[in-house]
Design a binder for this molecule. Structure first.
Ligand code: MG
Length: 455
């Protein structure tokens, strides 16, 4: 028999009396109405790495046990059509933190698809991150976890609007894998088995320390990106094997964050969002995740590479619901700005649109969503229709081959979520409309200077 996991079980063993006392003090101050009513909300973004659309219980996984994320989804808004803006790490994180397609900032390359540990490029100074923008309202900001927007000192989170950083500068399969606090290396290589636990401790302590002022926490987990390492408390426990152990530990971490927000009396003034940077790394076999019924995975602009779990939680503000509107990580920037009362910069194009109306139960108007593989526009989606102009292998020896489609492959993602049946011949009008969207998009686009190949 498989034991079921329960969310929020047990105390945080490393918190100790100091944290417990802080919780008591907080409960008293909330009860006595010390907190100001006009304070803007707190924001927590929890971002997994290489977690697929099908890897959570609430998205249909049969054996990975994710009670905390399932509970977060049951209490919040769970999106079925939520996207990252790239099928691999660096550009996806760029889009999340800037609200813009990575090609606009130059977070693309000709040879490379992400920043490597010997890259000299990074997120250009001209870009504005969520953390930098929230600073205008006095937010306390922390980046905990994987960064991957440039590892040289000038590109680290502490230079991009974050008061503090504790984490890895890039992926856990890149050498020498330092664990950094601020701008100093703490250990090298980072001990991966305890990383999720240490990230969680850091996140919880930040929340408790900042409970009296608005804060923004970006908690970007290193896992389930390979190599997979689970804490001994989780290793060997999941029916899904090591991949499941690692995801279940991330789920525990989410539970600890939500539990802390509740204990501190902050749940109703904090928007928490959970997603993943890209789809499952299928070439990793059993150590890679699952995109469920979606086609392909990480590295691909088929749905499995870019459609992700997307859960928004904010007790008292977001009603429990499943939302089928199309949305993306690029929407997070304008959403947070609207909620914080920060005006959007007017000197640049934004690809995201605020989700505030949607989170309050309103309808969203269709807009085009563009799928990029590095600097190459691959596909466009509007409503249920997706036109694939170019396809290529996500990894492997066939990847250099670029397959152009004229007319594009056309999929109705409502009828055919697995992108199996090209119906372009039957819908010439839809194809023409989507091609016009592409033309408009490309005519107005100003690409930035490519960063990934700089050495
Ligand atoms: Mg990734």
């Amino acid at each position: 028999m498989t034991q079921s996991r329960v969310c929020h079980s047990g105390l945080i063993s490393w918190s100790g009396p100091r944290v417990w006392l802080a919780a008591v003090v907080m409960a008293v101050s909330v009860a006595s109405g010390v907190l100001g009513a006009e304070r803007p909300p707190n924001f927590v973004i929890i971002f997994a790495d290489d977690l697929g659309y099908g890897d959570l219980g609430c998205y249909g996984h049969p054996t990975i046990r994710t009670p905390c994320l399932d509970g977060m989804a049951a209490e919040g808004m769970r999106f079925t059509e939520f996207y990252s803006a790239a099928p691999v790490c660096t550009p996806s994180r760029t889009a999340l933190l800037t609200g813009r397609l990575p090609i606009r900032s130059g977070m693309v390359g000709a040879e490379r698809r992400v920043l490597a540990s010997n890259s000299t490029g990074g997120l250009p100074d001209s870009e504005i991150t969520i953390a930098e923008a929230l600073k205008a309202k006095g937010y306390a900001t922390a980046c905990v976890g994987k960064w991957h927007l440039g590892h040289l000192p000038r590109y680290l989170p502490t230079k991009r609007g974050f008061d503090s950083f504790f984490g890895l500068p890039y992926s856990n399969d890149m050498k020498p894998t330092p664990l950094i606090r601020g701008e100093q290396t703490l250990e090298e290589p980072a001990m991966l088995e305890t990383l999720t636990e240490r990230y969680t401790k850091e996140a919880v302590e930040f929340i408790i320390a900042q409970r009296d002022k608005p804060f923004f926490l970006y908690l970007a987990h290193t896992f389930p990106h390979t190599p997979l390492k689970a804490n001994p408390r989780f290793a060997g426990k999941s029916p899904r094997g090591l991949f499941g152990d690692v995801v279940e530990e991330v789920d525990w971490s989410v539970g600890q964050v939500l539990k802390t927000l509740r204990e501190q009396g902050l749940a109703e003034r904090t928007l928490v969002m959970f997603s993943s940077d890209n789809g499952p790394w299928l070439i990793r076999g059993l150590n890679g995740g699952s995109a469920g019924l979606l086609r392909d995975g990480k590295g691909s602009t088929f749905e499995g590479g870019m459609r992700e779990p997307g859960i928004f939680w904010w007790p008292g503000q977001i009603k429990p619901s499943v939302n089928r509107s199309m949305a993306s990580t690029m929407d997070v920037f304008p959403t947070l700005m609207e909620l914080a009362g920060v005006g959007m910069p007017s000197d640049r194009e934004y690809d995201g649109r605020s989700l505030v109306k949607v989170l309050r139960g309103g309808k969203r108007e269709d807009a085009s969503f563009f799928y990029y593989d590095n600097a190459m526009l691959m596909a466009v989606r509007k409503g249920p229709w997706k036109a694939c102009l170019v396809t290529r292998a996500s990894y492997g020896p066939d990847r250099p081959k670029i397959n152009k489609h004229d007319p594009p492959l056309l999929y109705h993602l409502g009828h055919d979520p697995s992108e199996k049946f090209d119906v372009a011949k039957d819908h010439a009008d839809v194809v023409a409309d989507l091609l016009a969207e592409v033309q408009r998009h490309q005519a107005a686009l100003k690409p930035g200077t490519p960063q990934f190949d700089l050495k």
